[in-house]
Design a protein around this ligand. Structure first.
Ligand SMILES: Nc1ncnc2c1ncn2[C@@H]1O[C@H](COP(=O)(O)OP(=O)(O)OP(=O)(O)O)[C@@H](O)[C@H]1O
Length: 499
């Protein structure tokens, strides 16, 4: 008997005869910690050699296959508790049942014995000729419950790809995907559901229509099928041109050297935001390993007027004043008696202000009652240099000014709930505040609610690809708790998406 290899799962693949291959699960991990791998290998060999195996290997099929012996392979997978991790299809021209896909990290992939393009002749001795793929599935399931599946295979023209799946590529999803609602999915069980905003690792892009991916947070690296960018674009044709351009540019980065990649990545920070049309598919992200000396990410809060951005910001500042800070705006108006320079405003001359505008020092500025008001990039630097999480609320069109590797902004989009809840929560707030007779609350008309919802929708359509988090502000206490917990995580995580 010859041991071909011991794979990561500590199972040994043994060749018993040129056309017989069988896999056994054997635990060797405790040995490999202390001994040289070679000693572990011998140990596995001895254990395997001494064992009486159940089930026994199938006999070589006779008859017509013998003539073809060289091209037929019998693969027996033993003790597979997990799904096989392969999908099959009928070749339309030959009628043969062919392995359509091998899911990365699944049992078939790990065995290294079954490849895409292999033709399946038999499963546990049952011929697959003239059978439809859906008739074969029950055969596989019943074989698995017995603890063994034996395939008779005619190997396809398999070639080891330059392992595109080994290249680490991460994307943030820009849409929700539920395989149960997708009639186009080739195999529902093999598909991966995700929510907009999830970070996925792409394990294979070999297929034009269905990529293989797993969730970044998922320890289990068994892949699931997701619609490829091209496929999803086809289903949402309005966006196809811009998306293709945007993402392809990103994907090319994966193959660059680290310096070129770094330079291109900085450029991409702006390239991504200046484009006017939103890519609704996937956006490449780069896992970020936080260094203790790194500054906090900038938190940008956006949302339609009146949705509650200021209220949420105010609550964060009260809840943790050591962690959160806000920028001090510049103005050209006169300082009032109770105001302090650098605390309430930076009071500057019109000339200075306009010079700042010309030199792009303002993220956002405007005029009110004949005076300039604005938020400068410097004021963000100051809060961050203090070691605080800077909370910045701007119009989403201004995100581009802070979309840099230095700020690594985490963009929170605050959005209203459905109209019924919006009415209810805002009226309740009015009632409560009236009683306490404290801060005057804004009184919303029905029209205000509708404007807020319309604006939220158009903001999401136009800038949605830049949002890291969509926070529905229904009940203020619930929204605040969710935001606080979320902002705690953006710095705690070992790995975080970087645009
Ligand atoms: N979830 C909520 N439930 C009830 N009232 C809320 C809620 N969120 C905010 N409010 C109230 O709505 C009003 C507007 O909120 P806020 O001032 O935070 O809006 P904003 O998003 O900052 O808008 P603008 O940019 O126009 O100032 C305030 O009176 C606030 O207390």
């Amino acid at each position: 008997n010859r041991i071909i290899h011991i794979n990561e799962q500590a199972s040994a693949v043994i060749t018993l005869a040129p056309v017989h291959t069988v896999e056994f699960d054997i635990t060797v991990s405790i040995f490999s910690e202390h001994l040289f791998p070679f000693q572990s290998l011998l140990f596995v060999h001895d254990t395997v050699a001494q064992k009486d195996f159940e089930p026994t290997l199938p006999s070589i099929p006779d008859g017509e296959m013998e003539e073809d012996e060289d091209s037929v392979k019998i693969v027996s997978l033993v003790k597979t508790k997990e799904p096989l991790g392969a999908t099959i299809k009928k070749d339309q021209s030959t009628g043969a049942i062919v392995v359509a896909r091998i899911m990365r990290g699944g049992a078939a992939d790990k065995s290294g014995l079954i490849h895409e393009g292999d033709e399946l002749k038999e499963v546990n001795g049952v011929s697959l000729e003239h059978r439809k793929p859906k008739e074969i599935l029950p055969l596989l399931v019943s074989a698995r419950t017995k603890g063994e599946v034996t395939f008779t295979i005619i190997p396809g023209s398999y070639r080891e790809e330059a392992s595109s799946h080994k290249q680490k590529l991460f994307v943030r999803t820009l849409f929700d995907y539920d395989p149960n609602e997708d009639p186009a999915v080739p195999c529902r069980d093999a598909a991966l559901a995700f929510r907009r905003g999830d970070v996925l690792q792409i394990l294979s892009m070999d297929d034009d229509t269905w990529w293989q991916a797993c969730h970044l947070s998922d320890q289990n690296t068994r892949a699931g099928l997701i619609p490829s960018q091209q496929l999803h674009e086809r289903q949402t044709p309005d966006h196809s041109v811009s998306v293709a351009a945007g993402l392809r540019r990103s994907f090319r980065l994966g193959r660059k050297g680290s310096q070129a990649r770094e330079a291109a990545r900085s450029r991409r920070w702006s390239a991504g935001v200046h484009g006017s049309i939103c890519p609704p598919t996937y956006i490449e992200v780069i896992p970020y390993h936080k260094d203790p000396s790194d500054r906090h990410r900038l938190v940008v809060m956006v949302g339609p007027s009146g949705v509650g951005v200021s209220e949420l910001k105010r609550r964060l500042l009260i809840a943790d004043p050591d962690r959160y800070g806000v920028t001090v705006p510049h103005t050209t108006r006169e300082k009032r008696r109770q105001e302090k320079e650098g605390l309430d405003y930076h009071f500057v001359s019109v000339h200075m202000f306009e010079e700042g505008v010309l030199n792009d020092r303002f993220i956002e500025y405007g005029r009110y009652k004949g005076h300039y008001y604005g938020t400068s990039l410097d004021s963000v630097h100051r809060v961050m240099a203090d070691g605080k999480v800077c909370l910045l609320n701007v119009h989403p069109s201004k995100i581009k000014h802070v979309y840099t590797t230095e700020f690594r902004p985490y963009v929170v989009f605050v959005t209203p709930p459905r109209i019924e809840e919006l009415r209810l929560t805002r009226r309740r707030a009015k009632f409560m505040c009236d009683e306490e007779d404290k801060n005057p609350v804004r009184i919303f008309s029905e029209e205000d609610f509708e404007d807020m919802l319309d604006l939220a929708e158009s903001m999401e359509n136009q800038y949605g690809h830049l949002f890291d988090k969509v926070l529905v502000n229904g009940d203020i206490a619930v929204a605040f708790r969710e935001l606080k917990a979320d902002l705690q995580k953006i710095d705690e995580a070992d790995v975080q998406p970087q645009h």
